[in-house]
Design a protein around this ligand. Sequence first.
Ligand code: ZN
Ligand code: ZN
Length: 321
Amino acid sequence: MTRKIYTEDLIRKELKEKRPDLKIISVERINYINRVTVSCENNHIYTTSLHNLFNGKKCKICSGQKVEVGVSDLKTTRVDLIKFLKDKNDAYKYMENSNSKIIVVCPICNHEKEIRVQHLSKNGLGCIYCSDKISAPNKFLRGVLKQLNLDYELEKKFDDNNYRYDAFVDSKFIIEMNGIQHYKTTNYGKVEDISKNDELKREYAESIELIQIDVDCRFSDFEFIKGNFIASVGEYIDLTNIDWDLVFKSMNLNILVEICKAWNEDKSMLPGILAKEFMLDKHTIIRYLKTGNSIGLCKYDSIEEMRKSARRNWSYNKNKE
Ligand SMILES: [Zn+2]
Ligand SMILES: [Zn+2]
């Protein structure tokens, strides 16, 4: 058997038959290997071996393996992510579904971490250092409750058990903002276990004559939650005067950052006042301020604050005497 000798003419002829999708630009022979430069249907020019071309290998840009600057790079498709990139050149190197790891920097606390580009695209930065750990649906709920003229308690627990409800409103309603874990198994646990617990919670609420309203928040998208909130809660509570722009804002606020800001503006503010303002308990406020101090968002000296608080209590008791 004689080996076929590929002259340039033969290469051009066979490629034309086997790969009519390509335009041949040049053929070179380097170290006994034929390297062919071609242009694909979308005019991407690349060089590869004759072997690859005969095997049907697609253009890397068209098949999504290679980024095309100005078309599929992060800078073009996901400008919202650029602020997180430590090396701004990464904006041109990756596509949003890339599995590659890059270094990102939290714009709030400057913490750096490694993350896969596709994870960043899908879930955002998710900084564990400055996160307020309050879910978007719960921030949404706070944004609404703040505007209603009704009494409410967040994270409500009743005396008979350990169930915790998202909100207890107007002494008659329970509102539960149900995230994805209520619909499918996640890191939070098996969906069967969570559903079972949901059922028990609902039974208890009904046993004390409360109306429980569940809001489907399986996606943390504002319009999705708003639609479901109006459809379910709106049946019982008048929502016509709600300013949804304000709710949108509160859903996107980092509460830890806001508390640090408020503290920076007025250090005489007592955690109790901040607690009221931000609908959290005092201990959570103090925890946020301590975190804020450790990541440089505010100056909070817990020992000094404890001394101040002791002095305040002392003078208060003295005045009472
Ligand atoms: Zn191409
Ligand atoms: Zn951070």
